[in-house]
Design a protein around this ligand. Structure first.
Ligand code: FAD
Length: 457
């Protein structure tokens, strides 16, 4: 079967009969791929989940190994999927974080982590439980990496994959991309860095603090993992200096409550003799720069003639962050939005895709979808929002979820979940050291559990 390389739009497909069942390939068995498999199966489609690792859980499978290029520049490096560090606990309360369909409640099984903000192993266990509950494990082909996805004449999809050195391909009606986006590091541009003599590493390759003992460490970034890692490293490092955009007007100062952590504005430049200069003119002689500067979307297997591209971390054009208008509903993406609560959002996206594939839900025409995307891009530009924030849904994730819920004729997000998320986010800012062990939203926990009980009846 040859991939049609001349296609610029998907051939017009007949409008599917309602509840037509499709043969669907899902790429990735992380939380996104599992949610997709669950919803496809519920809708009656046949599903194959391709997973290149030996386990399901994606990000939540802790891998102590790191990559041969600690900054991730070298395309021939050994790629490690996961970015978890050993000490990681969730940054969301479990009630908010869990799937709506399968609440993330305490498990009484031995060895389980009962904390409200549990360690990473507990999340992996939870995803395993989710997969067992809905019989998803049997749909997964492990150690099978998708190498190419292309469109065939007639509108079907060819999925080429490798398994233990053998390459093969299969034909599907539709493909859902759930390959995650925390594997390809994004690095800050620093004037003078080529001549700077210290070590550099991206947080993708941070696991434990030991290698930082007695070092002077510069950390760039202020997101959740930067906050965690700075505390982790400060236990053994001589000094930790956090350079962050969010401190752009501030001067360098010591972080209250810590003897060896300083806050700075962004780095202005670095010098050959090892000095790092910040935008307020302060200087530090440092050994290591740790980039906690986020990740890039990456779809090396998509061979669809640039119908979907990644430009300054905008994956597009995509209708509602999911469907390329000219290929909908046959190609879709689950899990692109960030600054969100991922698992419930994956459920809504997957429900919509599964229903669109069977013809239960009708999508607008490709032209209308494209218009919607263009309007979205124009409104971003008019508000001065940079392109790389296209999939940042921080200010409207629940609006987005509820829009999807309405399309799927499903119940919108629970009020307690929205409120709990807001309180948890505030708490994270007010008490970054202790928010995982102290809270004052017991009333919402009670409501959440009442809801879980009612839904299980
Ligand atoms: P992933 O979990 O990355 O899964 C993608 C899967 O696709 C992987 O199994 C991978 O092996 C597979 N794959 C990739 N390419 C191919 C291919 N070509 N062929 C076959 N298989 C392929 N979320 C929270 O809700 N709470 C938190 O506290 C939280 N903390 C986080 C901390 C860190 C450090 C990071 C990096 C993320 C955190 N997240 C958190 C977000 C987390 O990424 C999501 O919860 C979720 O796990 C993402 O799921 P996913 O399925 O989209 O991607």
């Amino acid at each position: 079967l040859a991939i049609n390389t001349h296609l610029t739009t998907h051939p017009t497909m007949p409008i599917p009969n309602p509840t037509r069942l499709r043969h669907v390939a899902v790429i990735g068995a992380g939380a996104g791929g599992l949610a997709a498999a669950r919803e496809l199966r519920r809708e009656g489609h046949s599903v194959v989940v391709f997973e290149r690792e030996t386990n399901l859980g994606g990000t939540w499978v802790y891998d102590p190994r790191t990559e041969s290029d600690p900054l991730g520049f070298d395309p021939t490096r050994n790629t490690i999927h996961g970015s978890l560090y050993a000490s990681l606990r969730t940054n969301l309360p479990r009630e908010v974080m869990g799937f709506r369909d399968y609440p993330f409640v305490y498990s009484t099984r031995p060895g389980r982590d009962p904390r409200r903000y549990p360690g990473h192993r507990e999340v992996r266990e939870y995803l395993n439980d989710y997969a067992s509950e809905f019989g998803l494990g049997e749909l997964v082909r492990f150690e099978t990496e998708v190498l190419e996805v292309g469109i065939l004449e007639g509108g079907k999809w060819k999925v080429k994959y490798g398994n233990k050195g053998k390459v093969d391909d299969e034909v599907y009606d539709a493909v859902i991309v759930c390959n995650g986006h925390y594997t390809e590091p994004r690095i800050a541009d620093i004037p003078g860095i080529d001549a700077w003599p210290g070590k550099q590493i991206h947080s993708h390759n941070y696991r434990v603090p030991d290698p930082y003992e007695n070092q002077v460490v510069i950390m760039i970034g202020s997101a959740a993992s930067a906050v965690d890692i700075s505390r982790d490293v400060s236990r053994v490092a001589k000094e930790v200096h956090i350079a962050s955009r969010s401190n752009k007007d501030g001067n360098s100062s010591k972080l209250p409550g810590h003897d060896n952590i300083w806050l700075h504005p962004m780095i202005e430049s670095v010098r050959e003799e090892g000095t790092v200069i910040f935008q307020d003119g302060s200087e530090v002689h440092a050994n290591i720069i740790l980039h906690c500067t986020g990740y890039k979307y990456h779809f090396p297997f998509l061979k669809i003639n640039n119908i979907v591209t990644v430009d300054d971390n905008r994956v597009g054009p995509l209708y509602k962050h999911i469907f390329p208008p000219t290929l909908a509903p046959w190609l879709s993406f689950v899990g692109l939005p960030w600054k969100v609560v991922p698992f419930p959002l994956f459920e809504f996206q997957s429900k919509w895709i599964a229903g669109a594939l069977s013809g239960k839900f009708t999508l607008p025409s490709p032209e209308e979808m494209m218009k919607d995307v263009e309007n979205f891009y124009s409104s971003m530009e008019a508000s001065g929002i940079p392109k790389r924030y296209t999939h940042n849904l921080a200010s409207y994730q629940y609006e987005y979820n509820d829009w999807l819920a309405a399309e799927c004729k499903a119940a919108p997000s629970e009020e307690w979940r929205k409120e709990m998320y807001v309180l948890a986010s505030e708490s994270k800012i007010i008490r970054p050291e202790t928010y995982r062990d102290e809270w004052d939203d017991e009333h919402l926990i009670v409501q959440a559990h009442e809801d879980f009980q009612n839904n299980s009846k």
